[in-house]
Ligand binder design. Structure first.
Ligand code: FCB
Length: 472
């Protein structure tokens, strides 16, 4: 049974010896050097240059300039005493046109990065795809097209052959829900298309890419790594039927094929007005359902849902950006209700109990499946004063969510680690640089890095494995 404070502001809790404390980033959000060493545009370069898509017309051309400052950034990890670093590889650096010719300079960059981590005793957790699809693949149809999954398979094999003697954990995709449903459904993410059928086709081809990618990696790696995927789960609460529909099209559309080898029957029924799913070919589900050593879980907040009766205006307080198109094909009658605070600077409600609930629910659904928090963190309005950032709200957010994770551990959840989003302030997609998620502050004029109070707090947690006392 769990004990502790009802608001999850616990301290003193001790995490297991093997628990992997780390921090996460993603290529397009931090690297910059967008036109360097052979990299060619991804869908995010194109999207960011499309007027009105990204706040203030910002883009990832420079970002945190991590491409040039990576050694300094790895030193930061060492200074903070973190045991793991989750980062992603930019496909357009490896295969600038998305197929064929390999750009050795791109592979060399990540090879140096992995070596740099290993030298410092930090475990590399590599994500192959965190949304930066090479533009030529989108020009050929993007994720709604089956061929894109084959291109990903090829890309996974290339990276696996180059780094597959040194990487501890391979994650195929980050949050395919966002790629499929924000990219092709509501259009608030690149490539900005609003096609319900396209979004469902994209979801399937991302699932297929995941399965083929793992097979490609298995065929070439020389060590015995963990294979993984990272999903962002929607923790929906409220009216039962609305919860069921959202759980189907946001969560089980991925866990079904990946972990059970089948699309959920209710999802197929809900989406029947949009598609008969005939794009799922014989053998696809076998290809998709590869054994996973660890399932990556990204968690930020909860959602409150209800069925809309058609009168009045449908509420869509789902915080996934402004769009009139829905990211939930087949769930057109579901509305998202505003939730009580407190909120982060994203307007996301702070609900550590949702993390505990999610971890327990995943354990119940997939009892044999080890889990890892691959993202959790918060944006706040940080101010830098005399070289310090006193981000007490972020410390409080992290304390509460680490408490939630610990409660899950106490209840027998096989939770292997926790990667805080994010190591650095960075390009927050459609929000540009306006939202700061870093535990390390980045001055976008000078690119100077300054660990915030939350980084120092996290450093103590990572070093001692013990949740610091409030005020410590
Ligand atoms: C997740 C993304 C990550 C970051 C956080 C805030 O959806 O994976 O890149 O933007 O949200």
């Amino acid at each position: 049974m769990t004990t502790g404070s009802p608001d999850y502001r616990d301290s003193g809790l001790v995490f297991p010896e093997s628990f992997l404390f780390g921090s996460a980033t993603a290529s397009y959000q931090i690297e910059g050097a967008a036109q360097e060493d052979g990299r060619r545009p991804s869908i995010w370069d194109t999207f960011a240059r499309t007027p009105g898509k990204v706040r203030n017309g910002e883009n990832g051309d420079v970002a945190d300039d991590h491409y040039h400052r990576w050694e300094q950034d790895l030193d930061l990890l060492t200074e903070l005493g973190l045991g793991a670093y989750r980062f992603s590889i930019a496909w357009p650096r490896i295969q600038p046109t998305g197929s064929g010719a390999v750009n050795q300079a791109g592979l060399d960059f990540y090879s140096r990065l992995v070596d740099g981590l290993l030298t410092r005793g930090i475990t590399p957790i590599v994500t192959l795809y965190h949304w930066d699809l090479p533009q030529p693949l989108e020009d050929a149809g993007g994720w709604p097209v089956r061929e894109t999954a084959y291109r990903f398979q090829e890309y996974a094999g290339i990276v696996g052959a180059a780094l597959g003697d040194r990487v501890a954990t391979w994650t195929t995709l980050n949050e395919p829900w966002c790629s499929a449903f924000l990219g092709y459904g509501s259009g608030v993410h690149a490539p900005g298309r609003t096609e319900p059928l396209g979004a469902l086709r994209a979801a399937h081809h991302l699932n297929l890419a995941h399965g083929l990618g793992i097979q490609a990696l298995r065929g070439v790696v020389a060590n015995d790594p963990d294979y993984s995927v990272t999903l962002n789960f929607t923790v929906a609460r409220g009216e039962e039927e609305a919860v069921r529909q959202i759980d189907a099209v946001a969560n089980r559309v991925f866990t079904g094929p990946m972990l059970r080898g089948a699309y959920p029957e209710d999802l197929l029924a809900d989406t029947a007005p949009v598609t008969d799913w005939s794009f799922v070919q014989d053998g696809d589900l076998e290809d998709i359902s590869q054994k996973l050593d660890v399932l990556g879980v990204n968690y930020y907040n909860t959602a409150r849902v209800a069925l809309w009766d058609g009168s009045g205006e449908k509420q869509m307080a789902d915080n996934h950006g402004e769009s009139t198109a829905s990211p939930y094909p087949g769930a057109d009658r579901v509305q998202f209700l505003p939730q009580p605070g407190p909120y982060t600077a994203m307007g996301w409600n702070i609900a550590p109990d949702g993390m505990e609930e999610l971890l327990l629910s995943l354990r119940d659904q997939f009892p044999e499946q080890p889990l890892m928090i691959t993202e959790n963190g918060a944006a706040f309005e940080d101010v830098i004063e005399d070289g310090r950032v006193h981000d007490a709200e972020r410390v409080d957010y992290l304390r509460r969510h680490f408490t939630a994770a610990h409660r899950a551990l106490e209840q027998g959840v096989d939770l292997r680690g926790y990667q805080v989003w994010s190591l650095l302030d960075n390009f927050e997609w459609a929000y540009g640089y306006s939202k700061r998620f870093g535990i390390v502050h980045v001055d976008y004029d000078t690119l100077k890095r300054t660990p915030k109070d939350s980084a120092l707090w996290y450093s103590e947690l990572a070093r001692t494995r013990r949740l610091p006392e409030a005020g410590e």
